[in-house]
Design a protein around this ligand. Sequence first.
Ligand code: SF4
Ligand code: SF4
Length: 360
Amino acid sequence: MSNIQEAPPRKSIVYHIPYVEEGRFIPLLKRLLRENWYNLYGSGDFVAVKLHFGEKGVTTHIKPHWVKEILSVWADKRVKFFLTDTVTLYHGARMDAVMYLNLIREHGFDTIGVPIIIADGLRGDEGVDIEINGQFYSYVNIATGIVKSDAMLVLTHFTGHELTGFGATIKNLGMGCSTRRGKLSMHSTLAPRVVLDRCKACGICARWCSVGAITVTEHAIIDEQKCSGCAACIAVCPEGAIRTNWNESSANAQRKIAEYALGAVKGKPVLYVTFLLNITKLCDCFPSDKIEGLDRGVLVSEDPVALDMASYELVDYEATMRKLRPEIDPLIQVRHAAEIGLGSMDYELITLGDVRKSGY
Ligand code: SF4
Ligand code: SF4
């Protein structure tokens, strides 16, 4: 028997900049990024800057000037940054690329001076199947703009979430980088349903259904056996008469999200910045109240699993947020992500400002 002891697995490093005031967090963040990740992105690289720009009426999303400051770290390199997100599964102001780009302009992101590209195309159906061999999925359908990027910078606003307890980096990757097909699959195990009293029998949905699953007589009827789950009909119905069956359990949705997250970052360098600021009861898809007293600052890591675990612990989720949705265990997404190899729940937190430990 060998006497050689196996070295303990290395913990993932998570840097923490406590929020004191913005004037302090921006310079520290820029210095941290420059000293550790300036060389992560090369001249000529297409780098997808993935973020949620906020639904109409939301004001607590990531601020455009934070993004501009962050990108200035690489200003002297010819990195091809582009800001990106995908369209929503539900009807709303982000349901197609044109509507979303108009809203993004309203929210001030056009002032950054970086191109903005909706990663899953005009109608949310431009994706590539990425092999992951997960528990739920052998392949996940990731937005083309994400797949074709050389690297990513993932900016995440930590929030409460009605399905997953909290929504953070894993959620930003998994749900946020998927096509509408992927979003439907993570939220539902059934074909979409028709709201009969809304349907005007116009036939548009049937023309868009590529597998002939919809027939229209007095109203549209979806054949569940034929439906391939592409979600196109939800998007094209002008009356909003085709809806998602939101029937997937929180536990399974969280595991599916983790598997999509694995596919989103497969094979490329990724840096993650998570903002524990303006934390709201619901995610940035809904205007909702900020939870006071929870501003914990900014986290940076190369490990999305460690980041979400650190976020959960820094906001003291069990004491401060669990009561919003006591029935949901939000760590299911984190544990599953660790099990499938997205990252590690074991992390070392280095708090900047503690000069002895961090050097800052
Ligand atoms: S597109 Fe909408 S309104 Fe038109 S037939 Fe289909 S469900 Fe009915
Ligand atoms: S989800 Fe796609 S395949 Fe299913 S009925 Fe709608 S358009 Fe057809």
